[in-house]
Ligand binder design. Sequence first.
Ligand code: PMP
Length: 425
Amino acid sequence: MGDISQLSKEDLKTKLEHLQETYTSYQAKNLSLDMSRGKPCSEQVDLSKPMLNLVTSEDELKTPNGMDVGNYGGIDGIQEAKVLFSKIFEVEPKQVIIGGNSSLTLMHDSIARAMLFGVNGEKPWSQQEKIKFICPTPGYDRHFSLCEWFGIEMITVNLIEGGPDMDEVEKLVQSDESIKGIWCVPKYSNPTGQVYSDEVVDRLAQMETKATDFRIFWDNAYAIHHFSDHPNQLKNIDQACHEAGHGNRVLQFASTSKVTFPGAGLSAIASSPENIESIKSQISFQTIGPDKINQLRHVRFFEKEGSLEEHMKKHADIIRPKFEKVFERLELHLHGKEIATWLKPEGGYFISFNTLEGCAKKVVSLAKEAGVILTGAGATYPYGNDPFDQNIRIAPTYPSLEELHVAIDVLCICVEIVSIEKLLA
Ligand code: PMP
């Protein structure tokens, strides 16, 4: 079938009746399918289980470098873990600090430090009149809730081909001293799957900012999460900032939440040597040393059980078919009907799906009534407010292929019902 908007009212009504019958039959199945959060499925998590046998009571608790991992110390992590993350960030190991299991904590703490103690010797953000962050949208809901939590005003800028609309970003940061940061998920962005272009990386690094205490929050959560053997390349932001004379501008974040265990992985922050020294001295008040046993487990795992790259291929083999299943069902049900668009990412954890304007909330709630849980409509925008009420984030990794098949079929029926109701209204 072609463009739905070309159908007569009578045809639309007949179609709506059929769709409602199918919807009711799905409701009768009492489905309970969750596509709301980007969680690895248990098959993915199981890939890392052998790690749990790599530090045992028989072992000497020492790193190859000779550091005692059972005791206090090593505030920035064991050398071998820093080397592991330095490859992900493409920086020197001395530019890395290993955190606990969550990179979100590192982002939270970076803002908290700026609030309490300031950045670059400037007044603490909490003592300045107003603090604003640029939020490229659609984006990651937890970045936006962090801003709300800290009372940071959010300014939305559209994500366009290749990254945020840089004309807009440059205009904003050049003129407003209260803009202190920008959130970036530069590779396989959550939720659009986009990869920032070299030009965008360069412009972010080079742009003049009115605030001298401006920081790029470079959340590279999906740096190594590609589906193919020919991954997209992301330009090195640390080097670009250094070359532009803004060496301290970028704070990079990553974790192994979607590499090993979301509940027991490693996170890390990378920045200029100067920033790292400053962060280290501040966290030395928080802890006398991190969980280095987990760090050693991770290092041994990637030494003994295969490289990071080989391990990520195993993840890709599990999740690629799930993304393909979603594309297949969307194509089958919605292609050519002119009521929805979606992007086809080459990595990451999400598919960004757009309905007709004003339909996303209704679609999500109709799907919920049929037992299919999606991320709340609006979540991909600051304050939960999608100005066009059209973006829905699909997270295909957690459900099984069979569950996904049904869940996407239900989603498509809901999209058709809501779109036809809009056309008939
Ligand atoms: N950043 C992004 C862009 C994410 O999508 C996620 C997980 N959904 C996180 C950070 C959370 O990372 P962590 O588990 O390391 O806190």
